[in-house]
Write a protein that binds this ligand. Structure first.
Ligand SMILES: C[S@@+](CC[C@H](N)C(=O)[O-])C[C@H]1O[C@@H](n2cnc3c(N)ncnc32)[C@H](O)[C@@H]1O
Length: 251
């Protein structure tokens, strides 16, 4: 069903996919959006194209949020940093930044809330669509299921994951755990700066983190992309305030 919708979709086209139980359920509005990087970032002039399956009627994690467009562009512009690095994207949703990381040569794990199989299946679908071999993992912030202990990322990504202050502690608990598990790692995130970022700053201090770079998200965005986005979006790179000393070896 979805394959058929994919084959004929383009940026502006909307395909009404059908559920298996089409008699009972309304049609699902599935689109495939195309995202261009390099050159003029247009359909005619680009170095990289990433296709994303979106569903505008569904979950938060089923469409591409502006923060994701900005973080993906940053990954593209900074791509030499990420070649060969281990990248974990949290709250990946449609996964645009992580897919760009995979395309430029990173070893990528895409994660989203563990119980949301629809979002996780969509992540697997966009990986196939873009011919990238990423790991896909259910990872709920603030929960310690076994696979998280095997993650040792150099880079943690999160686009629009700081939208609900009630979830900040869970998110920062996971981020801090991953940073401590991977000395030298950095968390790169984009967020809407709705009321100043003092609450985020407060959480960073509370969790022993520091800001190492803060950018206006529009400062590096090509004008072709900026024209279609709104808001005050910031990009911040975050690291442990104090790196933990290495554990002494057993022998
Ligand atoms: C606003 S959406 C952003 C999606 C995507 N990063 C983007 O920018 O297009 C927030 C994402 O965080 C995920 N999320 C929300 N709460 C979560 C939690 N407690 N643990 C893990 N992921 C969560 C949602 O499923 C969703 O994909």
């Amino acid at each position: 069903m979805e394959t058929a919708a994919l084959a004929s979709s383009s940026t502006a086209e909307v395909e009404a996919g059908r559920r298996a139980d089409a008699d009972a359920a309304p049609p699902r509005m599935t689109t495939v959006s195309k995202h261009y990087f390099g050159g003029a970032s247009s359909d005619r002039d680009h170095d990289l194209r990433v296709d994303i399956v979106e569903n505008i009627e569904e979950d938060y994690g089923m469409f591409v949020w502006p923060c994701s467009v900005i973080l993906a562009e940053y990954m593209w512009q900074q791509r030499s940093r990420f070649i060969g690095s281990k990248v974990v994207e949290l709250g990946a949703g449609t996964s645009l930044p992580g897919l760009v990381a995979a395309k430029v040569g990173a070893d990528v794990t895409l994660t989203d809330i563990a119980h949301n199989t629809e979002v996780l299946n969509n992540i697997r679908q966009v990986c196939r669509l873009n011919n990238v071999n990423c790991s896909v993992l259910g990872l709920t912030w603030g929960e310690w299921d076994e696979p998280i202990f095997d993650l040792h990322p150099d880079v943690i990504l999160g686009a629009d994951v700081l939208y609900d202050s009630a979830k900040f502690d869970d998110l920062f608990a996971t981020v801090t755990f991953l940073l401590e598990n991977s000395p030298g790692a950095v968390f790169i995130t984009t967020y809407h700066n709705r009321s100043g970022h003092h609450l985020i700053e407060f959480s960073m201090v509370k969790w022993g983190l520091k800001c190492i770079k803060l950018l206006d998200g529009f400062s590096f965005l090509p004008s072709s992309k900026a024209a279609s986005l709104q808001g005050n979006i910031q990009l911040v790179e975050i690291a442990l305030a104090k790196q933990k000393p290495n554990c002494p070896s057993a022998d």
